[in-house]
Design a binder for this molecule. Structure first.
Ligand code: ADP
Ligand code: MG
Length: 438
């Protein structure tokens, strides 16, 4: 008996769903059944792809929200190493990193502590620094305006941070950003068309100079004829994007091409000797990289901009022993940096009027500060006693900027976290989350 029943169930399992007796399914019926199953599988696959695509979109959106929650303007502080000369002179070190967020300064009136979003010690590598800034490159490709700039007295490490050393053994944020941008582009060429173009400007004595003028194959003006070649004016387009009218915009199709443009542009910069740093640049360097992204699936186009700014030295005129022309330079630098501080502080207080128009520097940076823009300011300081006054001035200036971070963070946090909580509740109860909910 047992054997028989086994045999019966065995024969059932061999025949699968086709009944042995009574209604044997025709081949046609089986085919229909299989076709039905295939349809189901196809539908499931389509759903998975849809979910995957929307998950990717969501992830991007959440990622940008997280970035926003960290504050629209984040301030990093970087302490440069003691130079050989300073070491030989027996300079005392008065600036110390306490932890990732705090730095202390020994002053004649006791120790002062400053807090930032991140503090980098003299030992921090260019890699370490880029690690915390590179994520914003993705944002610029996602259609946001991103601005990274360095602030500090001459010789504090601004150019080292933004550009790197001369031999490019330790490349800084600019060349690394060029590479990171094209790496991301490379990964996405099957889904998007990208167009990368750049302008490179120098702001010297309140005059904007197009650094592309004088490049090989262009008008052959000499660097000395600065300013005469073409008048550059800052304008805004209908989308609020700043553009330098009259300035050359050049396309680049690789990181190498972009870097070559940058290098050529650098040779056209103003250089003046001051007591503090023979090769110090007394002008602001402004690199704007526009990324136009066109989706190959639906044709939608977004434009983001990455602004990389190496500011002129923030030191006060008296200290540098500047005279006449150099005094004019110093005054114009101080005026633009203080206008930048005013803009940032108006943004921090969420004032209805932000005085962008008070200087060319703030005009050119207008679309990269406030609004939807994501900004990182790096305040560079010397560790030495000899630079104590300027270090304190820089850290105080940066603290004024940091105040925004706190405010924006708090405001954004509460709003965004409330939204996120709603989304989580919806997801938990099995409801679908619409793009608009986030
Ligand atoms: P700034 O642009 O603020 O005037 P620089 O970037 O030219 O200052 O730095 C002054 C000097 O200190 C340069 O020789 C630079 O290579 C060196 N330097 C600055 N920061 C660092 C650092 N983190 N590591 C090694 N050398 C540095
Ligand atoms: Mg410099």
């Amino acid at each position: 008996m047992t054997n028989d029943s086994n045999a019966e169930s065995g024969s059932d399992s061999v025949l699968g769903t086709i009944p042995a007796r009574g209604g044997v399914k025709s081949v046609g019926q089986q085919l229909l059944l299989l076709q039905d199953q295939l349809k189901q599988v196809k539908e499931e696959k389509k759903k998975i792809i849809e979910n995957y695509t929307s998950e990717r979109t969501m992830r991007k959106k959440y990622y940008n929200m997280v970035e926003d929650m960290k504050g629209k303007i984040r301030v990093f502080c970087r302490i440069r190493p003691v130079s050989r000369k300073e070491f030989a002179q027996g300079e005392a070190v008065v600036v110390e990193k306490v932890d990732d967020y705090s730095v202390t300064v020994e002053t004649p009136r006791g120790q002062r502590e400053f807090q930032f979003d991140k503090v980098f010690s003299a030992e921090a590598s260019q890699d370490d620094l880029f690690h915390d800034t590179s994520r914003l490159i993705q944002s610029s490709i996602d259609g946001y305006n991103v601005c990274i700039f360095s602030y500090g007295q001459t010789g504090s490490g601004k150019t080292f941070t933004m550009v790197g050393d001369k031999e490019q053994k330790a490349p800084g944020i600019m060349p690394r950003s060029f590479k990171a941008m094209f790496d991301i582009i490379q990964e996405n060429t099957t889904k998007f068309d990208f167009k990368v173009s750049a302008y490179m400007l120098e702001l010297y004595n309140d005059r904007l100079q197009d650094l592309f003028v004088g490049l090989a194959g262009e008008s052959h003006s000499q660097p000395q004829s600065h300013g005469q070649a073409r008048r550059v004016e800052i304008k805004r387009n209908r989308n609020g994007l700043v553009f330098a009218q009259g300035a050359e915009t050049k396309e680049a199709s690789s990181a190498q091409e972009l870097y070559a443009l940058f290098q050529k542009a650098c040779t056209n910069r103003h250089i003046s000797c001051t007591k503090m740093n023979v090769e110090s640049s007394r002008s602001h360097l402004i690199v704007g990289i526009m990324v136009e992204t066109r989706s190959l699936t639906n044709g939608s186009v977004s434009t983001g901009k990455l602004s990389l700014v190496d500011l002129a030295g923030s030191e006060r005129a008296a200290k540098t022993g500047a005279k006449d022309d150099q005094l004019k330079e110093a005054n114009s630098i101080n005026k633009s940096l203080s206008a930048l501080g005013d803009v940032i502080s108006a943004l921090s207080a969420e004032l209805p009027h932000v005085p962008y128009r008070n200087s060319k520097l703030t005009q050119v940076m207008q679309d990269s500060l406030g609004g939807n823009a994501k900004t990182i300011m790096i305040v560079n300081v010397s560790p030495c006693h000899g630079n104590l006054d300027e270090t304190l001035t820089s850290l105080n200036y940066a603290t004024r900027v940091k105040a925004i971070t706190n405010n924006v963070q708090r405001n954004v946090d509460s709003k965004e976290i409330a939204k996120l909580k709603e989304v989580i509740v919806k997801l938990r109860s099995g409801q679908t989350v619409e793009e608009d909910d986030v």
